[in-house]
Write a protein that binds this ligand. Structure first.
Ligand code: FCB
Length: 473
């Protein structure tokens, strides 16, 4: 893949007084898209045979989400496919990343397929293809069928086999039209937020459970890859989306350098090493104070089944400072610096740090060499205000996107095989435990009326993407 070093100035339709930013031209086949996930946008939780997921159950439990909000209605996308796909076309998206709801498709988690659940995604895919938008399907974005949770959820090895069956059922129906697939979204979050920190479904708080879950999630990925491929075209590509936080040192004391290594192992290598090296990092479990999960003979060869691309989700970095124990030796505990003077932060409290995206892409390329990478999530929540007419003036999000895209351009120019950039998110949506108070969309959603208003960032992105589609001289 070649890239020219031509730069272009970005027009900003309808947006006054903005500095024109120059962004390098990307290769013509670079994918520009936006992402969502099923529980965060669909609503319609009781329709067409869908059964409850762990998130329906978790969000209905008092004290788990902001103001007790749930995904029951969300952005009502289930009833608005045509309108939402038309919006994607207006944004000039070349790709749309969405997830499928397992409890719509297999309400019991296993067994009989609910064809009406698949019908919904079938229609969505046809709408996308009619507009030349490439679907990127994620099979698991955290909404496990409750029936499986009742049988142990991801703590049960059986769930890994159930996932592979589910993956095959989806591919059998949609594999003729979708050629980019992700098995899981952010296994670290499934395992750690759900089973150690308890801030996501199913809300458990035990690190040992989290590593056991992580292993079954990895296994399910490896089991699903060949089952998917049975029903896909030879050109189709299968991957997994992993979330990364590059770790930086707050000072250069030896204990801090030790802490950087520890934090990186825990936050970035826990899932990367098994996927690409077929083993867990040596000191992962001892540093976490847990035992290794139960690993069967073939597990690592299944987990490290070659994939076609790695999805990289990036939001921010970690800055850490080490601690010493009573003897002055580096301690396994370290401090994460929450506020860095001079840095700016998004509404979720995440530091804006575009250089971290380059750092992680280059590092993954050097150390793990995936065949290709797609930035499957990048974006920010800001305090967007709708003016009541057609405007949401979110300059901070435009700046955020420009800076991150510029960073990706530099990485691509260095020869790192990054093939796409997908904004989180297409629409404002149910931001898990944060409910609806955090808005990530390129498109604003007025929840009482479900009216969609394209934000200035959406207009900017549309214009940027179209400039990339223009033929280089
Ligand atoms: C990611 C999730 C996505 C969304 C963004 C803000 O970790 O994959 O669903 O919540 O964060």
């Amino acid at each position: 893949m070649s890239i020219t070093d031509k730069t272009i100035s970005q027009p900003k339709p309808g947006i006054a007084s903005q500095p024109a930013a120059a962004i390098s031209l990307f290769p013509p086949d670079f994918l520009w898209g936006a992402a969502t996930s099923a529980y965060q946008i669909e609503g319609a939780v009781h329709e067409d045979g869908r059964a409850p997921s762990v998130w329906d159950h978790f969000a209905a439990t008092p004290g788990t989400t902001y103001q007790g909000q749930t995904g029951e209605v969300a952005a009502d996308h289930y009833h608005r496919i045509a309108e939402d796909v038309a919006l994607m076309a207006r944004l000039n998206l070349g790709a749309y990343r969405f997830s499928l709801s397992w409890p719509r498709i297999l309400p019991q988690g296993t067994g009989a397929v609910n064809e009406r659940g698949l019908d919904f995604y079938d229609r969505l895919v046809d709408h996308l293809l009619a507009r030349n938008i490439r679907p990127i399907a994620t099979l698991y974005h955290w909404d496990l069928p409750m029936t499986l949770q009742d049988r142990g959820g991801w703590l049960s090895r059986d769930t890994a086999y159930a996932f592979a069956d589910y993956a095959e059922a989806v591919a059998r129906r949609l594999g003729d039209r979708i050629d980019l697939w992700l098995t899981h979204n952010e296994p670290w979050c499934t395992a750690y937020l759900g089973y150690a920190l308890g801030i996501h479904a199913p809300g458990l708080r035990d690190k040992q459970l989290a590593v056991n879950v992580g292993h079954h999630v990895l296994l399910s990925h490896g089991l699903a890859v060949p089952r998917l491929r049975t029903h896909l075209s030879p050109q189709a590509q299968v991957g997994i989306a992993v979330d990364f936080y590059p770790v930086y040192a707050a000072d250069n004391r030896p204990e801090t350098l030790y802490a950087v290594k520890q934090a990186d192992t825990f936050r970035n290598r826990w899932f990367l090493d098994p996927l690409f090296r077929g083993c867990y990092p040596d000191d992962l479990f001892t540093a976490m104070g847990v035992l290794s999960p139960a690993i069967q003979d073939d597990d690592f060869s299944v987990i490290s089944t070659p994939i076609d691309f790695l999805g990289v989700n990036y939001y921010s970095r970690m800055l850490v400072r080490g601690c010493v124990d009573g003897t002055g030796a580096p301690n396994d505990r370290y401090e994460t610096i929450g506020h860095i003077s001079g840095s700016s932060y998004t509404e979720t409290g995440w530091e804006v740090f575009p250089a971290g995206l380059a750092n992680i892409l280059i590092r993954i390329h050097r150390e793990y060499a995936p065949k290709a990478m797609i930035v499957t999530e990048s974006g920010a929540a800001f305090d967007d205000v709708w003016d009541g007419n057609d405007g949401v003036h979110d300059q901070k999000r435009i700046d955020y996107l420009q800076e991150h895209i510029q960073t990706v351009a530099r990485v691509v120019q260095q020869g790192v095989p990054v093939k796409g950039y997908i904004v989180w998110s297409l629409l404002d949506n149910f931001e898990w435990a944060e409910g609806y108070c955090k808005r990530f969309g390129l498109v604003y959603v007025d929840y009482p009326t479900q009216r969609r208003i394209v934000k200035d960032s959406g207009l900017w992105y549309a214009s940027f993407v179209s400039s990339q589609q223009a033929k280089p001289d």
